[in-house]
Design a protein around this ligand. Structure first.
Ligand code: SAH
Length: 364
């Protein structure tokens, strides 16, 4: 945990970039130019920033590193999903997934191109169904390492990344400051890398930071990994429920909505015989009605490759019949339901499968 990544230029939030440029004795418009090189022109070194004075480029290079991570490998699914393996300065690895949506535009291209970004190396939360949990927490990512995933993934595709989700490795709410700093950089209105409404942060339910996000009026979207509506089961699946139970979580979500007016998304994996009954439908519908929301039902993606034991080894996906019946019943109760795609399942890139477990086929 002792490793602190060197300051990358991608660590700086917009106001810090301005300040750093001012400290170099440069006028304010130079910060704008620098920001354009970084985020509009997506340059790869200070050297190529030809309209900045040579002395300033040298100072920048002496003070800051550039890319905070490097693309080590990538693996492409038959459905078009791409999983990147990025290596960090301390040789830790993280995964990032680029997912084209299944709906196509008139040109036959997918409408959305979503990047699923990691926020920690590993994760401390020990959710029983999630492969990342087996890695335990190694460390938080810096803001630059979060921004860097976006910038490097964008270099790898000719199409613009339209959406971003903090649903990769780690719990974003346990690395709150760096995640929000990265959000500020990527949503800086001067550069328009991505709009805040196209960013979703998913949390297992870190109540204190849901409240903080509400108080700070962060304009991004919030998703909650719910997965169970009875405390006993939720605690078994997600030990964080011991710290903040369903009642705490429900209250925090209400607080969040009242402060921000932004509807929330509930994520709900359907496990066979555990949380797929009609009683669960009713409880879920009741919660979903408390504030404007939608429910994202997620098929359970197998994590056998992590060799689960105990309770984790018993978890199974619900049957297709029960999956469809669950959704139909929820819809009958007027809940807005989406089905999370399993894009990238063949390359262990689907939700919950990120664990650096397999050797990607394509070496960059
Ligand atoms: N730690 C955050 C961010 C991870 S988001 C969170 O918990 O929300 C990844 C999403 O995939 C979460 O909703 C998570 O609960 C879900 N997930 C984890 N393992 C899964 C699996 N094996 N199959 C399907 N979804 C899974």
């Amino acid at each position: 945990m002792a490793y602190t990544p060197p300051d990358s230029i991608f660590d700086l939030a917009p106001r810090e970039l301005k300040q750093a440029v001012a400290e170099m004795g440069q006028p304010a418009y130079r910060a704008q130019q620098l920001s354009e090189w970084l985020y509009d022109k997506r340059s790869r070194s200070f050297e190529e920033m030809s309209n900045l004075p040579r002395g300033m480029r040298e100072k920048l290079a002496a003070r800051f590193t550039f890319d905070p991570l490097r693309l080590e490998k990538k693996r492409v699914s038959k459905d078009g999903t791409v999983k990147f393996l990025f290596r960090l300065g301390d040789e830790c690895d993280i995964e990032t997934v680029l997912i084209p949506s299944e709906t196509l535009n008139a040109e036959g291209e997918s409408k959305r191109l979503t990047l699923c970004v990691s926020t920690q190396v590993g994760c401390p939360l020990d959710c029983k169904f999630c492969a990342t949990a087996t890695l335990k927490l190694q460390r938080n990512l810096s803001a630059g390492e979060i921004v860097g995933q976006f910038m490097l993934a964008q270099r790898e595709t000719h199409r613009r990344i339209t959406n971003m989700v903090f649903m990769g490795m780690g719990e974003p709410m346990l690395n709150y400051d760096n995640v929000m700093r990265a959000v500020e950089t990527l949503t800086n209105p001067d550069n328009q890398v991505i709009g805040p409404k196209r960013i979703t942060l998913s949390t297992s339910g870190i109540v204190k930071n849901i409240v903080r996000m509400a108080d700070e009026q962060r304009p991004i979207k919030l998703a909650i990994s719910l997965h169970a509506l009875r405390d006993k089961l939720r605690t078994e699946l997600m030990p964080i429920n011991k710290r903040w139970n369903l009642r705490d979580l429900g209250r925090a979500i209400e607080y969040y909505y009242n402060k921000t007016n932004i509807p929330v998304t509930y994520e709900y994996i359907l496990f066979d015989g555990l949380n797929d009954s009609m009683d669960d439908v009713k409880r879920l519908a009741k919660l979903a009605r408390r504030v404007p929301s939608k429910v994202n039902v997620i098929p359970f993606h197998p994590i056998d490759f992590t060799n689960p034991t105990g309770f984790a080894a018993e978890l199974k996906a619900t049957t297709p019949e029960k999956f469809n019946a669950f959704i139909a019943q929820l819809r009958a109760l007027d809940v807005t339901v989406m089905i999370r795609s399993s894009s990238g399942k063949d390359i262990e890139a689907a939700c919950g499968q990120l664990a650096l477990s397999n050797t990607p086929e394509i070496v960059v």
